[in-house]
Design a protein around this ligand. Structure first.
Ligand code: B12
Ligand code: SF4
Length: 463
């Protein structure tokens, strides 16, 4: 017997970045997977685009019995607000959170936010299906739930082996035209400033393990679809929606060169006229691959370059080097594909000289575009987060606050000058707050806290 029959899948409001948000591909995948059960009524609500008011209107009309909410780390507060609103409106409706933030911080989310009934960790399709179908909760792998107020974390789910078997995202359940065009140029007579940009994904996960990235926590390795299967999806987008601009949202698009080449051959054979964009690693391209990509319609490839300092590339575990970066840039340009460089500035221990090396590298590469936020954001689930915690910069409680992410401003072993400044701030703050305590109990607790903090800070400073 199904446990739920009216399911709303929500991308929370106010989570766009720089005013833009693409379609929530994860939710479209989930909707497509669930609707294999014809009895279910499913709604996908992209409140990031439609707004909070529209989301509330749909809720009132649709009366869901399960609300599924997607959450990245910066958008967690908005996701939790949607869950709280759901409970206020329909106290008996259940809420389930999924996406990278609850996948990593499930313990904290379930402990502090009673408005969340379940969390689906990692890949969502099969876990959500079993939840909706009413399977015994103790047997649903990948599910976090409560039994008599105790949080129960079921064992991990084995990831779907054959990605080709997952139904294509349910584009028909949203209006693709609510997503504004995102492109500044004309490519092969396709005016990107006018075309809706559709999104697609070839693979799940990444073979990398960079210290600032948490992708591996969700996807645990790299799986890919066949070129033919992805070409079928492109053809569906072209036939049903007249799609002309498609962006691949893979972490590493070209992780399997044979399947990418086979995809490109299919696109050429089927005469599909589409402008493609994708992101990959510099060590995952070569001349032949790029020439095929050009033929298929790729107009731009973004590469995670990150730094111009060889030592920094090692520190962040990028597993690339300057030679590979130059080669990828040269081959991409030779294939007449735009080369887009993704850079990181302000990485822990970065020196003035290393910053200058990055600037020199960018100047030499002369990319067609460059993407950087100009500072480093630390997310849970990354090696960097663990280092920042060990250095006493933050702890898990940080994510109970509203700040979208932790901005790194120095303090991890190596930035000795930054660390000294931070120590001074910490001491001033702790001494002040110690002497402002009302009760003796608080006072002694504070002194202990201060001692631990100072010890920890000195240790980090010395290391
Ligand atoms: C598209 C995208 C975006 C989009 C929209 C994200 C969205 N709502 O789908 C935009 C541009 C808005 C965006 C913004 C940001 N992003 Co982003 N983004 C991506 C990207 C490239 C693709 C997401 C995707 O479609 N994946 C494919 C689908 C199939 O996977 P999925 O969405 O994770 O969904 C599956 C599961 O997670 C789960 N699931 C997800 N939601 C739900 C909900 C329920 C109810 C259930 C049961 C299950 C479930 O089931 C799905 C199917 O298996 C990923 C990288 C990647 N390849 O995944 C980065 C990624 C998610 N983004 C990341 C980052 C860093 C950001 C930004 C901070 C970047 C920035 N510079 O501003 C912001 C934060 C936005 C915010 N306010 O929270 C990081 C995650 C960091 C983190 N801990 O949050 C990732 C992993 C990139 C990376 N490798 O570091 N992003
Ligand atoms: S290559 Fe990109 S997606 Fe892969 S681990 Fe590094 S930063 Fe993350």
């Amino acid at each position: 017997m199904t446990r739920f029959t009216r399911i709303a899948l929500v991308n929370p409001p106010n989570v766009e970045q720089g005013g833009y948000t693409p379609s929530p591909l994860g939710l479209l995948y989930l909707a497509a997977y669930l609707r294999r059960d014809k009895k279910l009524k499913i709604k996908v609500i992209d409140a990031a685009r439609l707004g909070e008011k529209e989301m509330k209107n749909v809720f009132k009309e649709f009366r869901p019995d399960l609300v599924g909410i997607s959450s990245l780390t910066p958008g967690r507060y908005e996701a939790l607000k949607v869950a709280a609103y759901t409970k206020k409106l329909y106290p008996h409706c259940k809420t389930v959170l999924g996406g990278i933030h609850p996948t990593i911080m499930w313990g904290q989310v379930m402990t502090y936010y009673p408005q969340v009934d379940y969390i689906v960790r990692g890949e969502g399709e099969e876990t959500l299906w079993e939840l909706v179908q009413g399977k015994d909760l103790t047997k649903i792998k990948g599910l976090v739930w409560r039994k008599n107020k105790k949080v129960i974390n079921n064992s991990d789910r084995v990831l779907i082996k054959d990605l080709n078997k997952i139904p294509f995202p349910a584009w028909d359940m949203i209006d693709p035209h609510i997503y504004p065009p995102l492109g500044k140029i004309k490519v092969n007579d396709i005016d990107l400033t006018k075309e809706t940009r559709y999104t697609i994904i070839f693979s799940r996960g990444c073979m990398g393990c960079c210290t600032f990235c948490s992708s591996w926590k969700v996807w645990k390795g790299y799986r890919y679809r066949t070129g033919k299967n992805v070409a079928d999806e492109v053809e569906m987008l072209v036939k049903n929606y007249h799609a002309k601009h498609i962006a691949f949202y893979d972490d590493t698009l070209t992780g399997n060169r044979e399947e990418i080449i086979s995809f490109c051959k299919e696109i050429v054979k089927r005469k599909l006229k589409v402008a493609f964009h994708g992101t990959t690693r510099v060590d995952k391209v070569d001349k032949e691959l790029l020439l095929w990509m050009k033929k298929a319609g790729f107009y731009e490839i973004a590469y995670g370059i990150e730094s111009g300092s060889p030592a920094m590339l090692i520190k962040i575990n990028k597993r690339t080097d300057l030679q590979k970066i130059f080669t990828a840039a040269k081959l991409t340009k030779q294939a007449k594909i735009r080369f887009f460089a993704l850079m990181m500035y302000g990485l822990p221990t970065e020196t003035k000289q290393e910053r200058a090396m990055s600037d020199r590298l960018v100047a030499k590469l002369n990319p067609d575009g460059i993407g950087t936020v100009g500072e480093v954001w630390i997310f849970p689930g990354t090696a960097l987060y663990e280092r920042a915690k060990n250095a006493g910069l933050l702890d898990d409680n940080f994510w109970l606050g509203k700040k979208p992410y932790y901005v790194y401003r120095g303090g991890i072993g190596g930035d000795k000058f930054n660390r000294l400044l931070q120590l001074k701030d910490l001491l001033t703050f702790s001494v002040r707050s110690t002497f402002l305590q009302q009760t003796t109990e608080d006072f002694f607790a504070r002194i202990d806290h201060l001692k631990t903090k100072v010890n920890k800070s000195f240790k980090t400073l010395i290391n």
